[in-house]
Design a protein around this ligand. Structure first.
Ligand SMILES: Nc1ncnc2c1ncn2[C@@H]1O[C@H](COP(=O)(O)OP(=O)(O)OP(=O)(O)O)[C@@H](O)[C@H]1O
Ligand SMILES: [Mg+2]
Length: 298
């Protein structure tokens, strides 16, 4: 049941993308500041439907417990920042959402995680399809040793898309959304490894966007970048939140404050506090949160 529904939704999108000019990917982003259904408070994303729910999640690596009773709701078309000191479980939680932890031996998860109300860990869920819906960008950019074009087209080719015009169009749209088009358009067929670090990271974002995910998980996507590239990634996140549900791990308090609507603070595998980003930074309810965001801790 569950996998069929997931497969159908995903397949519908691919079919739509394949079926003609009127169903092309929209190539114009909504203007900044346009948040549907939140006219009075443009940053109150709790009015958006829940996209991901984490309900009493516990996770063990072998005998070592890394997450403890984590409860978290992530609303669609929002940016949630996961913050906290090294080793507190941010990446672990992120990886639960697209089941990347399945790839690690000895991981055991209890509790419930849902995407649009569907149990992510139901035995019928097809993980490949889930990962198309929930894309991921890593701290270290990892372009394939292929051309820029083929990096972005990679996921589509795996899905069997052969139509050259469609591939061209989706590659261009994805590179534009990732704010890389102008820098890459004249070298699409050159190796992606010739791009700078910041460009490679935006390429990886374009690659993640090309298969039309609904959720984008970003694990410290700008930590290795210079301030200009970082600003580009932050602008990009600002634009993408109109369309995608984004969960970003960051060690930069400034970055969390700049890009996110909601912030979740973790300590030793426990979600200490979650709330509107400005509230977490200006009026945290827990002493541990205050110590962390003011730099007295960690
Ligand atoms: N593959 C693994 N095998 C065993 N233990 C792991 C594994 N990955 C993470 N852990 C442990 O789980 C805990 C949480 O790690 P995690 O990587 O989620 O932290 P983090 O908050 O992302 O830290 P950082 O900010 O350093 O990236 C740590 O104690 C870590 O050592
Ligand atoms: Mg991490």
């Amino acid at each position: 049941m569950v996998n069929l529904r997931m497969a159908n939704e995903s397949q519908n999108r691919i079919d739509a993308a394949l079926s003609g000019p009127e169903t092309r990917l929209p190539d114009v982003l909504p203007t900044k500041g346009h948040v549907i259904g939140a006219a009075q408070d443009p940053r109150d994303v709790t009015k958006h439907a829940p996209k991901i729910r984490v309900d009493k999640a516990n996770l063990w690596y072998g005998a070592k417990q890394a997450l403890f009773d984590v409860d978290l709701t992530i609303h669609e078309r929002s940016v949630t920042a996961l913050i906290g000191p090294s080793g507190c479980g941010k990446s672990t939680l992120l990886r639960c959402i697209n089941r990347m932890n399945d790839l690690i031996d000895g991981v055991r998860i209890e509790g419930k995680l849902t995407l649009d109300g569907e149990d992510l860990y139901h035995r019928d869920v097809e993980v490949e399809i889930l990962r198309r819906r929930v894309g991921m960008v890593f701290q270290k950019s990892n372009p394939f040793p292929k051309s820029i074009f083929e990096n972005v087209a990679y996921g589509l080719r795996i899905q069997g898309v052969k139509n050259r015009a469609l591939l061209d169009e989706i590659v261009e749209t994805s590179l534009r959304r990732a704010a890389l088009w102008d820098e890459a358009k004249d070298r699409l067929h050159e190796s992606a490894l010739g791009l700078s670090g910041g460009q490679q990271q935006r390429l990886c974002i374009a690659r993640a966007l090309a298969t039309s995910p609904e959720v984008l998980l970003m694990d410290e996507p700008a930590s290795a970048l210079d301030p200009i590239s970082t600003a580009k990634i932050e602008d990009l996140i600002h634009d993408l939140r109109e369309r995608y549900t984004i969960v970003i791990v960051t060690h930069s308090m400034h970055q969390a404050a700049r890009v996110s609507d909601r912030t979740a603070f973790f300590l030793n595998g426990v979600l200490v506090e979650e709330g509107k980003t400005d509230q977490i930074f200006t009026n945290p309810q827990r002493k541990e949160t205050e110590d962390y965001v003011t730099g007295r801790f960690g």
